[in-house]
Design a protein around this ligand. Structure first.
Ligand code: ZN
Length: 257
């Protein structure tokens, strides 16, 4: 083998190794969202099962095998379980609004009861992230509002009720004026926000806390947590969400803080 042959061969092997590097896969899914989605039970279909027919015609056998594969794929797509946070509907979501419950314990069921007592239709938030007191630490509870793709009841007082009409409300259980949510709650929040921002093309600037909304007369979600959302959390998420297609609504948000 000549020297130039050897060089070509080595370059080829190197390209194959780099091309399949695990780092690329990890970079494409930094929050493990796909991993979470694929942990759902999927029907197991063996696409490479040999065709039962023992026809001597090789071409016909290949055709049958391909048709079988196509059918199996279509069936897999049809019956695959949806991501637990995925919803079907046509509502336009423009903002993600983060809240705290300002109480040590709670869960979606308790908030639902409390909100109904106030005369509301049902729990005002779309998602609740529990803290180990009333629900396990970091569990994401999906409210029935989200499944129905219904407007929120968590961020009133804005022009045209904009932040309720188009804002996804996430409440973390706890009081975060001086303390931060648990690391498990923070990890769940980051996963949920990344999922929603990607799914609805919500830019980083429109990921806000309750007190950021115009005319909001509240401290929610507490000073410490507010700083965390706009500091460390967004810094980590920025490279990943930079490609959100919809531009931020500068006019609406310019008056905040
Ligand atoms: Zn709030």
């Amino acid at each position: 083998m000549t020297r130039s042959h050897l060089r070509t061969c080595l370059t080829g092997v190197l390209l194959m190794v780099v091309g399949c590097s695990q780092q690329q896969w990890q970079a494409a899914d930094p929050y493990g969202l796909m991993e979470a989605a694929y942990r759902q039970p999927f029907p197991v279909i063996d696409l490479d099962q040999p065709v039962a027919s023992k026809t001597s015609d090789r071409a016909a056998s290949l055709k049958a095998r391909l048709a079988r594969r196509r059918q199996a794929r279509a069936a897999a797509v049809k019956t695959a379980k949806r991501h637990p946070w995925q919803a079907t509907g046509k509502r336009t979501w423009t903002y993600i609004v983060i809240h705290h419950s300002a109480a040590e314990k709670g869960n979606a069921r308790q908030f639902d009861l409390a909100h109904r007592k106030r005369g509301w239709d049902e729990m005002g938030y779309h998602f609740v992230i529990t803290n180990g007191h009333g629900g396990s630490d970091g569990a994401v509870e999906v409210g029935s509002r989200w499944r129905k793709q219904k407007w929120g009841a968590h961020c009133g007082g804005t022009l045209n009720n904009e932040y309720n009409e188009h804002g996804i409300g996430i409440c973390l259980v706890g009081d975060f004026s001086t303390a931060l949510p648990s690391s498990t709650q923070r990890a769940s929040l980051q996963k949920l926000v990344a999922y929603l921002a990607r799914a609805y093309d919500i830019p980083l600037a429109n990921i806000i806390t309750h007190r950021d909304a115009p005319n909001a007369k509240t401290n929610c979600p507490g000073g410490r947590f507010h700083q965390y959302v706009h500091g460390p959390m967004k810094r980590v998420m920025a490279p990943d969400l930079a490609d959100a297609r919809r531009p931020p609504r500068q006019g609406v948000l310019a008056t905040q803080r």
